[in-house]
Design a protein around this ligand. Sequence first.
Ligand code: SF4
Length: 258
Amino acid sequence: MGPQAIITNAVFNAFLKCKMKAHLLLDGAEGVDADVPRWQQGLTSAFEQPALQRLRSRASSGQIFEGLPPLRALESGRYHLLINPVISVPGLRADVQALERMTVGRGAPQYAFCPIRFVPNAKLTRLDKLAVAFDALALSRLLGWSPPVAKIIHGPEYTTTTVHLPKLVEEARSLVAELTAQRASAAPPPLILNKHCPACEFQTRCRQIATEKDDLSLITTINERNGQNRMPRASSPSRNSRTRTARAGVRRTLRHSG
Ligand code: SF4
């Protein structure tokens, strides 16, 4: 991996869904199919604001810090809540949504910081848990130890789910190692169309490559995921219709998880 390649939340989350997508993001590629990712980002942002407000209401203003304070202030336990701290360590950058102080151990108070993520969906997936484990991994590299738990606030009731971290952080660590090895390899990962494709900003690119390779199985896969029969190559659906179909899929997921 080149010295400038930093694994961010976006790259890590992409790798969980598709190795090619992580590869493209690390290459700085820009996808043209931005409608669905933008729409999903809007849902997340709309959920994040009231969720953050609830967290803020549990701490006095002097205990809240925006960003990442100096390490000494962090370790002193002075702050109860850190909003949007960015944790940069060699090879990793985690844009954490919030860190909340918790007391650990017995006897004299010792403090740990628990990463918090906000997820609009009512039902959590393993990917949601690995995403918060990535935050914990970056934090552990900064502080030298891993927090025991993380929290995910999710769904219309703003439910808080506690996630036990040790095994998940180990899994995140091994995925980061795999991603690092992939990056160091001369060969890009294979293009394998998958269920994430209809919501991916690189859909047009990958569809075109599959078409040029005349790989009918790939083309069939991506069309079936869009709820369509295999289409004649001359009559690809418009980007708008693909976006509508992908959004409907996401809405179905949200409804079923409610
Ligand atoms: S369109 Fe599919 S195969 Fe291509 S990068 Fe996105 S998820 Fe991966």
